[in-house]
Ligand binder design. Structure first.
Ligand SMILES: [Mn+2]
Length: 291
């Protein structure tokens, strides 16, 4: 393999010894606006060579062992690519490792669903989604596997969902939120909260599962910070908003896996680096929460 995550600092751990399996999944099938997500995993991994080993407050996650797998083969249709990625996620779980998928468009999260439904009891694990969009449509442009439908597939599978940073939605998204009883901290609410009680006081609702799978669509971040995505969107999370919310909402819980999706590299190199730093922070957070 030419490059692996943080290869400037750590060897690519053996799969059976690694705490994290980093699975590059360059899926780009149903992108509806600007393309480029197929280049996301490579750009994120390349940028990781600029990271330091330590994550402030969360130690040195690299020492836990990181194994970067071969990129998932996306030469077939979405369905077959998702199936292959799903096998990589299940393999990580078999080795007792935490799966970390690097997208690719948001449809990559579909590959985590079999793991979440088969390895855990119903209601044992919930999905925490950071995103500018709800992604709750039933179908979009004739596809059930579209990035715009991925969270609908999650809730249909009986997995509780909590949404953070949302600021765009359709009538269908809103209805699905109501139908499935999905709770949320939308971006407008977070903005007001920041200047009143502060983000520090926010918690996940009581009764939300103790085990979390986190899906972080980078468009949850503000467009000024993250322009390299299909739909860069104003009014999103700052870096410290994201770090504060990730830290607080996972308090007292464990993290069973996560993905960072929708990076579509452009000519600005801060964006892949930001996504890379976010990924490594989430590894530090996971190591700490699970210890
Ligand atoms: Mn999304």
């Amino acid at each position: 393999m030419e490059h692996w995550f943080l290869d400037s600092e750590f060897p690519n751990s053996e799969p059976e010894k690694a705490y994290f399996h980093i699975i590059p999944f360059p899926l780009e099938e149903t992108v509806s606006y600007m393309g480029g997500t197929s280049q996301g995993p490579k750009a994120l991994i390349d940028a990781s060579s600029q990271l330091e080993q330590l994550v402030e407050g969360f130690g040195n996650p690299g020492l836990l062992g990181m194994h970067t797998t071969q990129a998932v083969d996306c030469s077939g249709d979405s369905e077959s690519s998702i199936e292959k990625a799903s096998e990589a996620v299940q393999l990580a779980s078999k080795f007792g490792a935490i799966p970390v998928m690097l997208g690719g468009e948001h449809s990559v999260t579909n590959a985590a669903i079999p793991f979440l439904t088969e390895s855990f009891e119903k209601g044992e694990v919930g999905v925490l989604q950071f995103d500018a969009h709800m992604d709750l449509r039933d179908t979009y442009e004739d596809s059930k596997l579209s990035h715009a439908c991925v969270m609908r597939r999650v809730v249909e599978s009986g997995i509780p969902l909590f949404q953070v940073g949302i600021r765009n939605y359709s009538e269908e998204d809103l209805q699905a939120r109501e139908t499935y009883g999905i709770k949320y901290f939308d971006a407008s609410m977070l903005y007001k909260q920041k200047y009143t009680g502060g983000l520090d006081v926010l918690k996940l609702p009581q009764g939300f599962p103790n085990k979390l799978y986190i899906t972080f669509d980078v468009d949850g971040l503000d467009a000024a910070l993250m322009s390299a995505t299909g739909t860069p969107d104003p009014g999103g999370l700052s870096w410290w908003d994201a770090i504060t919310l990730l830290t607080n909402l996972t308090q007292g819980r464990t993290i069973v896996g996560f993905d960072v999706v929708e990076l579509a590299p452009n000519t600005l190199h801060h964006a892949p680096y930001t996504a890379s730093k976010l990924t490594y922070f989430m590894m530090g957070l996971t190591g700490e929460r699970n210890s």
